[in-house]
Design a protein around this ligand. Structure first.
Ligand code: ADP
Ligand code: MG
Ligand code: ZN
Length: 645
C-alpha cells in the first residue's frame, strides 16, 4: 500500500488506535499503571496523616529506630494504622505523640524489648505487610491488566469476528479479518434449503474451479443474501466458507464507512488485495446497505462523500476482478430496496438469494439444531414451540433455546423441561406479536384463507398461471426479485382470457376474506394495485375492451427512463377509462367470490392444512385440490365474458 492516502496526515489518528502497532499500545498502559499505583500508594500512606492533624506526628521508620536505640521511647503500641509511639517525658504520657508505618522487620520485637521499651497491642504479622503491598501494588496492576484485556477483546469483537484462528489484515486500522476456518457447515443452518441449494454451486466452484473453467462457465462474481434480520444470512455465508474449506474474509458495511474519514475506499482496496492473495476464498460484506445505499436517495441527507467513494471503489474492484481466481463475494442485506442499482448490475451482485423467515418445518429444524447443544428432558416437545412461533426467525428461536436453558438452571433443574421452553418463549417473544412481527392466531387464519383464495381460484381458471407455492410466512419486500407491475414485453403474449384470469385470481384473496370472515384487510393492497394496473393496461394499451376497441390510449415510455405513461386522450375519455377499469375489476371480483362460494368446502379444507403447515408446495397443493375440489368441478368457461362488454 504505497498509496499516498495511507501515509497522509489524516491517517495518523488511526495509527494511534492501531492494535497492530508494536510501540504505542504497550507504552500507554504501563505508564498509566505506574501512575495509578503511585497514586494509590500515596493515598494509603498519606491518608492517616491527613486525618490526624491533632494526633501524633508522623516519623519515618528509620527515625523511629533511631529514637528506639537512643532510648528516647517510653511505650510502643502496634495499632491498626501503624506503630503508635509514646516518647519519654512527653506532656501527656497517656496519648502517643508519634506514629510510623509498619515495615516487615523481623527483629523488631526483640529490638524493642532489648531497649526496655513497653510493648502493647497485636504484633503485626509479616502477612499484613505483604497484604498491604498486595493491595496497593499488585491488585491495581491486576485490575489494569484485566481491564485492558477486556477492552481489546471487545474491540476485536466489534471488528466483526467470533471464534478463534484469526489473522488480522490491513495496515489501515486492522479492520479486516480473515478466518482460516469458520468451522460452520450447512448442517449448522437449519431449513433454508433453497438458499443452500443456490450456494452449493458456489461451494462446488471453490472446491473444483477447474470443472467450471474447463467448460468456460463463469460463475457470478457476487451473490446477495436478502432477508429479514436474524434469518441466518451471516451464518449461511460462514457455512459456505466452511463447506468449501476456504478462508473467510468479512467486513461489515458499516465498518467501511465508520469512524475515519477517507478510509473506506482504501479499506476496500486492502480487502480485495488480501483476498486475491489468499484465493480461493470468500469475501463477505455484511449489511452492505450501509455502503450500497442508493446514491439518489442518500443525497436527500446532503449526501455522504465517504460512502459514495467507498461504493465506487467497491464497484470498481468488483469489475476489475477475475472470477476464475476463485474469490467469491457474498453480501447480505435486509434492505434490498435501498441498494444502489449499480450494485445489482450483471457482473456484480447479480444473483439474489432470498433467505426467508422459516415456516413450521423450518422453525422446528432450527429448534432442533440448537437443542442439540442443550440437555433436554425426554418429554420436551419442540414442535409445540415451533407451532407457537409463526413469523419468528432463526435468531429468535436460538434465543428461546438458550433462554430455556437459563430458565432450567434458575429453577435448579438438570435438563430443560417444556415449562422452561414455554417461559422462554413468552419472555423472548413478548411484545413481538404486537409489533406485527408475529402473526396472531386470527391473523394467521385470515392470511391462510386469503392465500388459499388466490391459489384455489387460479387453479379453477384454466387460463390462469399455475400455482407454485402457497405460503403464509411473511415475505421480505423485494426478495422475490423485481416485481413487474405492468406486464412487460419480455413476458410471452397474454390473451384477454389470461389477463382476466390473472385479475380474478389477484382479487380472490380479498374475496376469500370477505366470504369467510366478512372483513377487508390491508393485506390485499398489493393485489389491488396489480389487478388495477393490469385492468388499466387492458383498456389503454392492449385494446382489450369493447368500449374502446383498439384505440391506443396510453403509450408506454421507455421504462428505463422512468416516468409515467403518456396519455393520448382527453379528460372525458379519462373518465370513461376509469369507468371501464372499474367494470373489469368489479366483474372479476364477483367471479372470484362465486368460485369460492361454490368451492367453499374445498377452501376450508385447504386453508386448514395451510394453517397447520404454513406452506404448501406445488404437489401438495394440487393433491389437496384434487381431493377437496376435484377436477370435474373446475369452471371451464373463460371468465370475464361479462367483464368488458
Ligand atoms: P442474519 O445475518 O440474517 O441477521 P445471523 O446469521 O446473524 O442472521 O443469525 C443469528 C443467529 O441466529 C445465528 O448465529 C444462529 O445461531 C441463529 N440462526 C439464524 N438462522 C438460523 C438457521 N437457519 N439455523 C440455525 N440457526 C440459525
Ligand atoms: Mg447478519
Ligand atoms: Zn393477496
Amino acid at each position: 500500500m504505497n498509496d499516498p492516502r495511507n501515509s497522509g496526515p489524516q491517517n495518523n489518528p488511526n495509527n494511534q488506535n492501531n492494535p497492530n502497532n508494536p510501540r504505542r499500545p504497550q507504552r500507554s498502559p504501563v505508564f498509566l499503571i505506574v501512575l495509578l499505583c503511585l497514586l494509590a500508594l500515596f493515598l494509603i500512606q498519606g491518608l492517616p496523616a491527613l486525618f490526624s492533624q491533632d494526633g501524633p506526628d508522623t516519623i519515618t521508620y528509620s527515625e523511629f529506630l533511631q529514637k528506639l536505640d537512643a532510648g528516647e521511647l517510653e511505650k510502643v503500641y502496634f495499632g491498626a494504622t501503624g506503630i503508635l509511639i509514646t516518647a519519654k517525658g512527653q506532656e501527656d504520657p497517656e496519648v502517643p505523640s508519634l506514629v510510623t508505618g509498619y515495615v516487615g522487620d523481623d527483629g523488631l520485637v526483640e529490638r524493642i524489648e532489648g531497649a526496655g521499651v513497653k510493648l502493647e497491642g497485636e504484633i503485626p504479622q509479616q502477612m499484613s505487610t505483604f497484604l498491604e503491598i498486595l493491595l496497593t501494588v499488585v491488585l491495581p496492576l491486576l485490575l489494569m491488566v484485566v481491564f485492558f484485556i477486556f477492552i481489546s477483546r471487545s474491540m476485536s469483537k466489534r471488528m466483526g469476528s467470533g471464534g478463534g484462528g484469526f489473522m488480522s489484515f490491513g495496515k489501515n486500522g486492522g479492520k479486516i479479518y480473515a478466518e482460516t476456518e469458520t468451522g460452520k457447515t450447512f448442517a449448522d443452518v437449519a431449513g433454508q434449503d433453497e438458499a443452500k441449494d443456490s450456494l452449493r454451486e458456489i461451494v462446488d466452484f471453490l472446491n473444483r474451479p477447474q470443472k467450471y473453467t474447463d467448460i468456460g462457465a463463469k460463475l457470478p462474481k457476487g451473490a446477495l443474501l436478502v432477508g429479514p434480520p436474524g434469518t441466518g444470512k451471516t451464518l449461511l455465508a460462514r457455512a459456505v466458507a466452511g463447506e468449501a474449506k476456504v478462508p473467510f474474509f468479512s467486513l461489515s458495511g458499516s465498518a467501511f464507512v465508520e469512524m475515519f474519514v477517507g478510509m473506506g475506499a482504501s479499506r476496500v482496496r486492502d480487502l480485495f488485495k488480501q483476498a486475491e492473495q489468499r484465493a480461493p476464498c470468500i469475501v463477505f460484506i455484511d449489511e452492505i446497505d450501509a455502503v450500497g445505499k442508493s446514491r439518489e436517495t442518500a443525497h436527500s441527507l446532503g449526501g455522504n462523500d465517504e460512502r459514495e467513494q467507498t461504493l465506487n471503489q467497491l464497484l470498481g474492484e468488483m469489475d476489475g476482478f477475475d472470477p476464475s481466481k476463485g474469490v467469491v463475494i457474498l453480501a447480505a442485506t435486509n434492505r434490498p430496496d435501498v441498494l444502489d442499482k449499480a450494485l445489482l448490475r450483471p457482473g456484480r451482485f447479480d444473483r439474489r438469494i432470498p433467505v426467508e423467515r422459516p415456516d413450521l418445518a423450518g422453525r422446528l429444524a432450527v429448534l432442533q439444531v440448537h437443542a442439540k447443544d442443550v440437555r433436554m428432558s425426554g418429554s420436551v416437545d419442540l414442535s409445540a414451540i415451533a407451532k407457537a412461533t409463526p413469523g419468528a426467525v432463526g435468531a429468535d428461536l436460538a434465543n428461546i433455546i438458550n433462554e430455556s436453558a437459563l430458565c432450567a438452571v434458575r429453577a435448579g433443574r438438570r435438563a430443560v423441561e417444556q415449562a422452561d421452553l414455554q417461559e422462554a418463549l413468552e419472555t423472548t417473544l413478548a411484545g413481538q406479536e404486537k409489533k406485527g412481527k408475529l402473526l396472531s392466531a386470527r391473523e394467521k387464519k385470515i392470511v391462510a384463507y386469503h392465500e388459499t383464495g388466490h391459489a384455489l381460484v387460479a387453479t379453477c381458471l384454466p387460463d390462469a398461471e399455475k400455482v407454485h407455492k402457497v405460503t403464509i410466512v411473511p415475505r421480505t419486500k423485494g426478495s422475490l426479485g423485481y416485481t413487474m407491475h405492468v406486464p412487460d414485453e419480455e413476458k410471452s403474449l397474454a390473451t384477454k382470457g389470461e389477463a382476466l384470469a390473472e385479475i380474478t385470481s389477484l382479487l380472490a384473496g380479498r374475496s376469500a376474506e370477505e366470504l369467510v370472515f366478512d372483513v377487508q384487510t390491508t393485506g390485499a393492497s398489493n393485489d389491488i394495485e396489480r389487478a388495477t394496473q393490469m385492468a388499466r393496461a387492458m383498456v389503454t394499451q392492449y385494446g382489450m375492451s369493447d368500449a374502446f376497441d383498439m384505440v391506443q390510449l396510453e403509450s408506454l415510455q421507455n421504462p428505463y427512463l422512468g416516468g409515467m405513461p403518456l396519455r393520448n386522450h382527453s379528460e372525458t375519455t379519462a373518465a370513461r377509462v376509469d369507468e371501464e377499469v372499474g367494470r373489469i375489476i368489479r366483474s372479476c371480483h364477483k367471479q372470484a367470490t362465486e368460485i369460492l362460494t361454490l368451492h367453499r368446502a374445498g377452501l376450508d379444507a385447504i386453508a386448514a392444512v395451510l394453517i397447520e403447515r404454513e406452506s404448501l408446495d406445488t404437489e401438495t397443493f394440487h393433491r389437496l385440490f384434487q381431493t377437496h375440489v376435484g377436477e370435474e368441478k373446475q369452471i371451464t368457461d373463460a371468465p370475464g365474458e361479462t367483464a368488458a362488454e
